[in-house]
Design a protein around this ligand. Structure first.
Ligand SMILES: Cc1ncc(COP(=O)(O)O)c(C=O)c1O
Length: 358
């Protein structure tokens, strides 16, 4: 069986070393030393001023919306994972969908202004598949209209533009460290901001609003993460470069193998460091996608319609986004993970070409 993705596990003894420390200290959660060490390592690695390790990428988005005190409408992308939209709704705001760029699949900044109303409080956009949004154009619009900007960077670990981490843009960025992500802590995520005041607010939010044992600063939630999760991230760090290199090699090999296949790949030019976290292909029509998925499945190969349906098509949302509607019908992510072999990639490519040429 070739799954569509597979979590990376560090050598057992490397994780065990961290576990031994946890047993010695008997400190399992609540801002423990490994959580602090992981936050420091991440700040160093990504060259960021402030971040907080939280329980997952969804709570990261919810905390960001809460910390910025957003109300009313939030302009967002229809082409992302459901958590981008559900977080908006969960926080009592209304998602307003703006269509995506056909090549890069991120929100189209040219369409944002027409969607702004007196009710709009923010823009929440996704660096989908790690492809950076048009951050400068988005910031100009936000500044002009007094809107906040949140980036869902769940897929964007390690991505850089203009010589800096993609997480430096916007008021708050979030990332997911779910087991299937490039860098993971089994479950986990981060909120990132340059603003020390916002960081402080999110630190309260993460811990029920506790300001000491018996005082509270506003309404909080439990967004904390544990020492065991932090340990996984720390044990994974030494392998990160190798994982990233491997994914890049695999992606470049797919490009070569799939030259004869009439599919489109999202545009990834103009990025200083890209992470090749996913391998999406866009078929010319949905029938070819369905036949390809079926033949892959018959051969024990997983693939995923990531993202389908579009988020404007959920039963609690609406919005007309013709570009996104077309892409969501025709996009498929192929297997990509550290142990995927060249032989397996060749098999996948052969099957895809067989469907096209039959
Ligand atoms: C774009 C996007 N946003 C948010 C999330 C939510 O992250 P988590 O699974 O860590 O809650 C995901 C998860 O896959 C995602 O892909």
């Amino acid at each position: 069986m070739i799954p569509v993705t597979k979590p990376f596990l560090p050598p057992r003894e490397e994780y065990d070393r961290y576990l031994n420390g946890i047993w010695e200290r008997n400190w399992l959660t609540n801002n423990g030393p490994l959580v602090n060490e992981l936050e420091l390592r991440l700040k160093e690695y990504l060259h960021l001023d402030h971040l907080l390790f939280v329980s997952n990428g969804t709570i990261a988005l919810q905390m960001a919306i809460k910390a910025l005190d957003l109300k009313g409408e939030i302009i967002t992308t229809p082409f992302s994972y459901v958590a981008t939209t559900s977080s908006i709704v969960w926080e009592g705001c209304r998602p307003v969908f703006v269509d995506i760029l056909p090549d890069r699949l991120t929100i189209d900044p040219k369409l944002i202004e027409a969607a702004i109303t007196p009710e709009t409080s923010a823009i929440l956009a996704t660096h989908v598949y790690g492809i950076p949004c048009e951050v400068e154009a988005i910031q100009r619009i936000a500044d002009k209209h007094g809107l906040k900007v949140i980036y869902d960077g769940a897929h964007a670990f390690g991505v850089k533009i203009k010589g800096k981490s993609i997480f430096e843009f916007g008021d708050i960025s979030t990332c997911s460290f779910h087991a299937t992500k490039l860098f993971h802590t089994i479950e986990g995520g981060v909120v990132i901001t340059k603003n020390a005041e916002l960081l402080k607010r999110m630190a309260y939010l993460r811990n029920f609003g506790h300001d000491g044992f018996d005082r509270f600063n506003g309404v909080g939630v439990n967004g904390k993460n544990s020492e065991f999760h932090a340990a996984m991230g720390l044990a994974l760090f030494p392998h990160l470069e190798a994982i990233q290199m491997r994914k890049k090699e695999q992606a470049l090999y797919y490009f070569e193998l799939l030259k004869g296949l009439r599919v489109k790949f999202p545009e990834i030019g103009g990025i200083d460091a890209y992470n090749y976290a996913y391998f999406p292909i866009i078929f010319p029509e949905v029938q070819q996608l369905k036949k390809s998925m079926k033949l892959l499945e018959d051969n024990g190969i997983g693939s995923r319609r990531y993202f389908y349906p579009g988020l404007n098509r959920l039963d609690y949302t609406h919005g007309e986004c013709p570009v996104s509607d077309q892409i969501t019908e025709r996009v498929l992510c192929l297997p990509l993970y550290h142990t995927l072999s060249k032989e397996e990639q060749r098999l996948i490519a052969r099957l895809l070409l067989r469907v096209q040429n039959n």
